[in-house]
Design a protein around this ligand. Structure first.
Ligand SMILES: CC(C)(COP(=O)(O)OP(=O)(O)OC[C@H]1O[C@@H](n2cnc3c(N)ncnc32)[C@H](O)[C@@H]1OP(=O)(O)O)[C@@H](O)C(=O)NCCC(=O)NCCS
Length: 341
């Protein structure tokens, strides 16, 4: 069984090991004896360069695929792919599994229109794979790079996003309700980061928030250690964080108000009153401890459960933002809601 997860700095050694294997070097841009320091530059999944690892049942890293996003505004719709699988783990479908996850990310969550890559013309395995998932050869630059002691030719291949018929009314995934368990509320702490990452990687949570698949712990640090004065309240079941609410007080001429950037409950704990309790606690801070006059938020327009919850606490929709968020293959509307005291 292969599982996928984002790469972190702690994976540098494992990635470096594969990158230095002779057959990987031969078909990539690696040089002999690539150091850990050099590898560390690209061994961490970030917004700009998503790096996915394929791991075996024992946790060993067996492959890596990356999706680099271009920062120039006029190239922001494009991305480039990189791929390697450990010599001892080939022909088990690892490369295909990694690329399938990255294509889903590019098509359905990041809205990239074009993916490209470079591949040596004698890399038959990779070319077969890329063709089978829709990549086409666009150019064959001659004497492109050194390989086996000679200047070798390379193919530039690209895949344009297939136009898909999108069902705009597709409901967000709803997990089956589980048995109720007692929960308590407390402040969220830095030690909660792993549990938080698990929450943010739930399909239902993703649908209702702005996160992409395979979100990293690193990218969630602003929640467990906020530096903008946000209040973050967690719900805990059997010692484990299962949801949180975040309240960010306004600044300057918006000192009277706060924004609720997140109210999130783990998919397996929906329908148990946790979201209700978290929202009540956040509004208690706003009303009774900060004396705020206004709390506002944004919610996906098809997130009827959340909208109903907000209305219970007196939030009203103030407008509909059309095509605000790209979500699972489609542009989705959001509602902006506010509650005045
Ligand atoms: C290319 C590479 C990533 C394939 O990894 P893999 O995990 O063995 O590939 P998969 O098992 O997922 O196979 C996917 C497809 O690749 C192709 N493929 C893989 N190995 C192949 C081989 N030895 N001969 C022909 N086709 C092959 C097939 O189309 C296969 O689909 P199929 O199993 O339905 O026939 C791996 O050989 C590798 O890491 N090579 C060195 C680094 C590299 O070349 N990276 C790409 C740089 S552009």
């Amino acid at each position: 069984m292969i599982s996928l997860r984002p790469a972190t700095r702690a994976d540098t050694q494992a990635i470096n090991r594969i990158y230095n294997q002779p057959s990987v070097r031969r078909f990539t841009d690696g040089l002999p004896f690539t150091s850990l320091t050099e590898s560390a530059r690209f061994c961490c999944s970030t917004e700009a360069r998503i790096s996915l690892l394929a791991c075996g049942t024992d946790g060993a890293v067996l492959g890596e695929a990356s999706l680099g996003r271009r920062s120039l505004a006029r190239l922001a719709h494009t991305g480039s792919l990189g791929l390697m699988v450990a010599e001892e783990a080939r022909r088990q479908g690892i490369a295909r599994t990694l690329l399938t996850a990255l294509l889903d990310m590019a098509d359905n969550w990041l809205n990239l229109k074009r993916l490209d890559l470079g591949v040596f013309v004698n890399n038959e395995a990779a070319i077969m794979l890329y063709k089978s998932i829709g990549f086409e050869i666009e150019a064959t630059p001659r004497h492109y790079a050194m390989q086996d002691g000679v200047l070798a030719d390379c193919h530039f291949m690209a895949r344009l996003r297939p136009s898909v018929a999108v069902d705009q009314s597709r409901p967000p995934p709803r997990p089956a309700p589980t048995a109720r368990k007692p929960f308590t509320l407390r402040a969220v702490e830095p030690e909660d980061i792993a549990a938080l990452a698990e929450i943010m990687n739930q399909p239902g949570v993703r649908h209702g928030t702005l996160v992409t698949p395979f979100v990293t712990e690193e990218s969630l640090k602003h929640i467990v250690q906020p530096e903008d004065g946000s209040h973050v309240i967690g719900a805990v079941v059997e010692g484990r964080l299962t949801g949180f609410a975040m309240l960010t007080p306004g600044k300057g001429r918006r000192l009277h108000s706060a924004y609720l950037p997140a109210l999130v409950v783990h998919d397996a704990y929906h329908g148990q009153g946790i979201g209700h309790a978290l929202l009540a606690a956040a509004l208690d801070i706003a009303d009774n401890w900060l004396g705020l006059a206004r709390v506002d938020l944004a919610v996906m327009a098809d997130n009827h459960h959340a909208i109903r919850l907000y209305e219970t606490f007196g939030f009203e929709a103030e407008g509909r933002i059309r095509g605000d968020v790209f979500c699972n293959g489609a542009y989705a509307d959001s509602l902006t809601m506010a509650r005045l005291r």
